[in-house]
Ligand binder design. Structure first.
Ligand code: HEC
Ligand code: HEC
Ligand code: HEC
Ligand code: HEC
Ligand code: HEC
Length: 477
């Protein structure tokens, strides 16, 4: 085909125009990427912030978008299995009163809500007002970096409060103070803090890089690195294991930025216990992150949270193991972090920033999920609720089985069976109850790792029914 003269002229015009347009776009891109680089290296500070700036308002003067979204964690919105209305779980699910009989969780146990409430909810729960608790509780419920460091300095740690936290002296102050504050009574300890988790707890005031400041996590992840549990979702730990291991694993030095986007949440959203008389907050990761590996640790150190009031078994309470369950799921394995779903990017005009309104991703699937899964809102939400409904059915079955075992044990005791005769069944209650509670206390109703949640509940039902058979075999009922 031959083009007419005017056709050829038009083609030239298009060619020259698009070359110019491309050059223009490239020049603009160059400009934008340089500016981006400048923004990252030189933050224009509208108010001074340093290692002593606890008040998030001060940080907000320089970072208004992050501060504004952080402030929205007061919002209350409910989803089918999550959300932020602090309903009493014990009324929604009365079996829990039997499962936790004799423990503080049988008097007050609520659905969790936004970060803004973490300190006031802790001060007000009947688990604190009706029972004695240690300062250790504050590890995950307050901005405590400064309180720990001040307590450390008072106890003779070197340096001063304005030293960089991640310097040698800064860390010594933090760890020394942490040990002091864990051990004192809650009423005294809570006077040392004034804010829920704040900017300072997650960010270096100098570089704004995300950092790990909670001593329980620093100790816990170090122990995990020394275990032989494969952690393909945390490649920096796998790399550290192949090295000399002379220095301990340190997330602030070794972890990638993407890993930090989950580890920063793993400082609090994890299983823990208070070790020894010092009540030291400890994550039971010495054998690995899986449910049976943590159980093995508790068995090895001979730990029980309480003695069950109805059965007499020495049992465990699971606490929000989000980091651990996420670790067993396909998203972790694919490199998807907590922040990807719970702090997705948000756009305001030309500005893109991380949404600090940490909440249920089901309230904004467009930003949290559709970046990777190109389905409609309804379809994405329905994929989640399908997983959650299936998990809930299995969870109900596991709770019923656990309660049946507790009833059987209670009757056997009333009929005069001794603790020695019931020892095997006690152990099966401990196993069943730990697994049931592990999924119940985890806050995604199975979503963070659906198959793992189902495996755990399957085992729970099996252990509970084995326990019932063991009691029946004694011939009491
Ligand atoms: C792939 C996305 C995704 C990732 C990654 C993810 N979550 Fe979630 N998370 C969800 C969804 C979906 C729910 C269910 C929300 C609901 O039921 O309203 C949830 C629920 C939760 C809840 C309860 C929220 C509520 O409203 O009750 C917490 C807490 C939580 N996740 C913490 C974490 C932590 C900590 C991590 C990382 C260790 C993490 N999540 C990783 C998607 C994710
Ligand atoms: C290792 C971190 C950590 C420690 C230590 C900790 N918490 Fe929490 N706490 C959390 C997280 C994460 C949540 C939100 C998830 C949930 O409720 O499952 C929470 C939720 C709560 C809630 C609101 C929901 C509820 O359970 O009623 C209360 C109250 C609470 N904690 C009290 C305490 C008390 C009392 C202690 C000390 C005995 C304590 N916490 C120690 C991390 C921790
Ligand atoms: C200092 C400890 C701490 C850190 C760090 C932390 N959380 Fe929380 N988180 C809590 C506590 C405590 C609560 C419950 C507060 C309450 O119920 O009063 C909570 C509540 C939540 C909720 C429930 C919000 C709602 O609206 O129901 C989600 C979701 C959540 N956290 C996710 C995350 C993610 C994702 C990260 C990391 C970016 C993170 N958290 C970091 C302690 C922490
Ligand atoms: C629970 C931990 C946590 C708290 C508390 C927190 N941040 Fe962040 N912040 C993050 C994470 C995670 C990112 C994403 C970092 C990344 O991708 O490297 C982030 C990113 C940022 C960034 C980089 C730009 C962006 O939006 O991605 C700024 C600036 C920032 N936060 C400011 C603040 C300020 C100001 C506060 C207090 C009002 C605050 N943050 C509180 C965890 C936190
Ligand atoms: C950064 C990308 C990314 C984000 C964000 C993300 N996902 Fe995924 N999701 C994946 C990948 C990768 C897989 C694994 C399947 C694959 O490799 O294609 C997956 C798998 C799933 C599966 C199958 C789960 C299973 O165990 O088989 C569901 C359901 C899912 N995602 C839902 C969600 C929801 C809901 C959100 C938002 C809360 C979300 N995803 C956010 C990348 C992502």
């Amino acid at each position: 085909m031959r083009l007419s003269r005017s056709g050829r002229a038009a083609l030239w015009f298009v060619a020259i125009f698009s070359a110019l347009a491309t050059a223009g776009v490239l020049a603009l891109y160059d400009n934008v990427s340089t500016r981006k680089h400048e923004a990252a290296t030189s933050i224009v500070r509208l108010a001074p912030i340093d290692e002593t700036t606890i008040d998030p308002k001060e940080w907000g003067k320089t970072f208004p978008r992050q501060y504004d979204s952080y402030s929205r964690t007061v919002d209350i919105e409910r989803t089918k299995y999550g959300g932020s209305e602090n309903v009493q779980k014990l009324d929604d699910d009365p079996l829990l009163r039997t499962i936790f009989a004799g423990y503080a969780f049988s008097i007050d146990y609520r659905e969790e809500r936004g970060h803004a409430y973490m300190l006031s909810d802790q001060r007000e729960t009947e688990r604190v007002t009706k029972k004695k608790q240690p300062g250790a509780c504050l590890h995950c419920h307050a901005s405590n970096v400064v309180a720990y460091r001040e307590a450390g300095l008072a106890a003779g740690a070197p340096g001063k409060l304005t030293d960089a936290l991640l310097s040698k002296d800064g860390i010594t102050q933090l760890m020394t103070g942490f040990e002091k504050v864990c051990a004192i009574p809650y009423d005294e300890a809570t006077k040392l803090v004034s804010h829920p988790v704040s900017c300072l707890d997650c960010h270096d005031p100098e570089s704004m890089a995300v950092r790990i400041t909670k001593p329980g996590f620093l100790n816990g992840i170090r122990a995990l690195a020394r275990s032989d549990d494969p952690v393909p979702h945390l490649p920096s730990i796998e790399r550290w294991r192949q090295g000399s291991k002379a220095a301990d694993y340190d997330p602030n030095v070794d972890a990638s930025r993407q890993e930090m986007r989950s580890m920063v949440c793993g400082q609090c959203h994890v299983e823990y216990y208070f070790k020894g008389d010092g009540k030291l907050v400890t994550f039971p990761w010495h054998n690995g992150l899986k449910v049976e590996q943590m159980e093995r640790y508790y068995d090895e150190v001979g730990f029980a949270d309480w003695t069950h009031a109805k059965s007499g078994a020495k049992v465990l309470k699971a606490q929000h193991p989000e980091f651990e369950l996420w670790s067993q799921g396909i998203h972790a394995r694919s490199g998807v972090s907590c922040a990807d779903c719970h702090m997705p990017y948000k756009r305001e005009g030309a500005q893109k920033f991380s949404d600090h309104h940490v909440n249920s991703p089901l309230l904004h699937v467009a930003r949290s999920c559709q970046t990777c899964h190109p389905y409609s809102d309804e379809e994405v939400v329905s994929r989640v609720t399908t997983i959650q409904e299936r998990t809930k059915k299995l969870l109900d079955a596991a709770e019923r089985a656990t309660v049946d075992l507790i009833d059987a044990l209670e009757k056997a005791k009333a009929a005069g069976r001794t603790d020695t005769e019931l020892a095997a069944a006690f152990d099966l209650q401990r196993k069943a109850q730990w697994r049931t509670d592990f999924v119940a206390a985890e806050n995604s109703m199975g979503f963070h790792a659906p198959q793992e949640a189902a495996r755990i509940l399957g085992e729970a039902i099996d252990y509970a029914r084995q326990g019932q058979i063991a009691v029946l075999a004694l011939g009491t009922n």
